[in-house]
Structures are given as structure tokens and as C-alpha cells.
Write a protein of this length. Sequence first.
Length: 240
Amino acid sequence: MVENLKTPATLKRVFVIEDDAATRESIAMSFEFTFSDVEVLQFDRAAGVRQSLEEEAPDLITVDLGLPDGDGLGLIREIRTISDVPILVVSARDDDSTLVAAIRLGADAFLIKPVSLVAIQAHVEAVLRLQDRPARNTESDLIIELASCTVDLGRGMVEVNGVEESLTKTELYFLTTLGSVSGRIVPMEDLKTGVWGDPDVADATVKMAVHRLRQKIGDDNTEHPIIVNHRSVGYSLAER
């Protein structure tokens, strides 16, 4: 039996949009194990989602990108025209362009198939813990101005001294997670879950990722760093 996660918020209704029946049932089961009174509505295609969204008002949606009647990215775009509901992408696609596109369109997290029940639970917890942040950023707010560089989350690029360089998936997740909470501290466990999908990932893995990201964004000011390490607590982002 899977132990229920301690979540900062409760879910009353979830939409699971997935054309594979076994995967859809597995995702639905992860919510039913975690939230005792949750109602899970399952869809095997994009058709009907918009109307149900307007009528049912879910607290969270999972979206597969390979739907039989359209691209899941298009569905995310459509959802964002009418709702700010958290969106968790669960997809077999693992290329950088798809990841960036999903984030730019408004997805809150991205899991690559096959995914475990525990990984889904952990990502849902991380998304919910960030739901007390200010209202969702507009497209222009996908640009983060830092002391040494400009980060374009939508394009997955960083510009330092006029030179652009692409961000890796891990770096993009890291900066998106820190940037979404307006300089507040992201606890280490939430950071590990949101970026790596595993709250038990080694601290050394996080430190190495931060070290490489600091090199990429020119974060070499030890007295006033851009990525601030709050010892034994977590990290925050010092915006300009």
C-alpha cells in the first residue's frame, strides 16, 4: 500500500487526460491513494475537456501530449485561455523543444513516461506547495532579469554579455521553480521534487547542478550571489 503524502492543500476534483487506459487508471489511482475524497474524471481524448472544465472546475489536470484527436500542447493552450488550474504533463516525449513549449504554454510540471505512482504523487505535492504564489505570470514575465544575465524561460535560453546559451532541462526546471515564487525560499525537498521528481535525490546532485548553473549565468559574486543557498533550508533567487 502506498502511504499518503502530507500535502499543503486538498484536491476535490482532478481531470486525467490520457488515451492509454492502463496509464490513465494508474494516474487516477495515484490521486485516489493520496487524497481520500478526490473525484477523478478521466478523458481518453481532448474532445469534451473544455466543456467539462467550464462545468466542473477541477483543482488539477494531467495531460498526455499524444492524444488521438490532437496535440496535447494545443489542449494546454486552450485550457489556459479559460483557467489557471495547475497542469501536470505526463508524456513519452522527452525532447527539449517539447519541454520548453509546454512550460511556455502554461504547464506547471513535466513527467516523462514511464512514471511511477510515487513520482506522480511527489510532483503533485510540489505543484500544490507552489500554489500560494502570486497570480500566474504573463508571457512577458517569463523573462527573469538577473544581475549578470537575462533568462528567457519561454525559450529556455540565458543571455550573458550579449551571448545566448541554451539551458538544460534541469537548469530550466531549477530556474522556473525558483523564479515562480518571487524570491522566496524553496525548501530543499520541494526543489528536489520539482526539478528531479525525487525528494530523496542526493544533496551532492543538487550542489553540482547549482555549481554548473552558476557558471553558465555568471554567478561568481560570493558576497551577493544570484542563486542564494540557505543552509539546511533550501534555495532562493535574488532577482535584480
